[in-house]
Write a protein that binds this ligand. Structure first.
Ligand code: ES4
Ligand code: ZN
Length: 321
């Protein structure tokens, strides 16, 4: 691969970095039986047609993640790949409810992940943040309980987000939990406008008070919303390969990214669940360059936006720009 452009990754689910090879290795180590005979058979299953079929496999495979070491190995494998793709700073989502529901403790998840994150700066020159995501298809009370369970770890958790099945689970459902996270000094982001309508993006901004919108591509259906996002310079963490795999767009060639850039939106390019969607950060950059005819100037803008939208201090920002 030619030298990738230095950038920040701001939309990455650590559980979505589980490659079939590591899934088998962890299954064996933990005595978990996977309903697939070979790595190839599992790799074949990593192809779906919508968010629901993706999420079904994504949650099922988490059964192999049991110990602190498993979470450390998962994050370490991701950080090595990310560094090789020019990622200099990574803000990493995790889904604690998908683990605590299986009897794996918050302590195991957070301590396992943060061990890998702590080592990443020395090992790879990659700085990191950890963002706790609430599963929006579960009741708001469970999100509140999860936030309280995570409170002892707020020193290593930078923010909260909102993910999983969007339709029928609008941001306003999580008004109280986001207010509480804000009061604790955490950063706020939310998935909105991926499969959900522009109204969900409005709610994420107005009701939850998010600083960035994850995906947000459907904002393009609402002129007033585009104008607000543009004038406020609200970052949108767009995930092109994910949008193709989950049929948010039919083909990469149809992706609204160039229109979003021309509209003056602060867009960034990210990988979402790279083990499942066919590529890591630079693969997404190369994909949009090839399919959408973006030039060097656009690619520099996307990389610069990612650094400017990161939850980092002035000194690290200056070092990355
Ligand atoms: C996700 Cl692509 C996507 N959308 C919503 N929730 C998610 N969790 C992991 N990947
Ligand atoms: Zn996502």
């Amino acid at each position: 691969m030619p030298t990738p452009v230095p950038k920040a990754e701001l939309h990455l689910h650590i559980e979505g970095t589980l490659e079939p090879e590591l899934a088998f290795e962890l299954a064996e180590r933990n005595g978990v039986r996977l309903p697939y005979a070979t790595v190839e058979e599992l790799r074949t299953a990593y192809s779906f047609t919508d968010l629901r079929s993706f999420l079904d496999l994504y949650y099922a495979l988490m059964a192999v993640l049991r110990t602190e070491r498993d979470f450390t190995d998962l994050a370490e494998a991701y950080l090595a790949r990310a560094a090789a793709q020019g990622v200099r700073h990574a803000e990493i989502f995790f889904d604690p409810q998908a683990h605590t529901a299986r009897g794996v403790g918050m302590d195991v998840v957070v301590r396992g992940l943060s061990a890998a994150l702590r080592a990443a700066e020395d090992r790879h020159g990659v700085t990191t943040r950890l963002i706790l995501c609430f599963l929006r298809d579960l009741p708001a009370e469970e999100a509140l309980r999860t936030l309280e369970e995570a409170r002892p770890y707020f020193d290593v958790i930078s923010g909260v987000g909102l993910d999983s099945a969007e339709l029928g689970n609008p941001p306003e459902k999580f008004r109280e939990v986001f207010a509480r996270a804000r009061a604790a000094g955490l950063h706020l982001v939310a998935h909105a406008g991926e499969e959900g309508p522009p109204a969900y993006v409005w709610q994420a901004l107005d009701v939850l008070g998010v600083e960035r919108v994850d995906h947000g591509v459907r904002c393009m259906e609402d002129e007033a919303l585009v104008e607000l996002l543009r004038s406020e310079r609200t970052p949108l963490t767009v995930c092109p390969l994910s949008n193709v795999r989950l049929r948010v767009v039919d083909r990469l060639e149809d992706h609204p990214l160039p229109r979003m850039l021309r509209a003056g939106l602060m867009v960034t390019v990210n990988s979402d669940d790279p083990a499942y969607f066919g590529g890591y950060a630079e693969d997404n950059m190369r994909g949009v360059r090839a399919a959408l005819g973006l030039g060097e100037e656009d690619l520099r803008t996307l990389a610069r936006n990612s650094v400017n939208a990161a939850f980092i201090g002035a000194e690290r920002r200056a070092a990355l720009l």
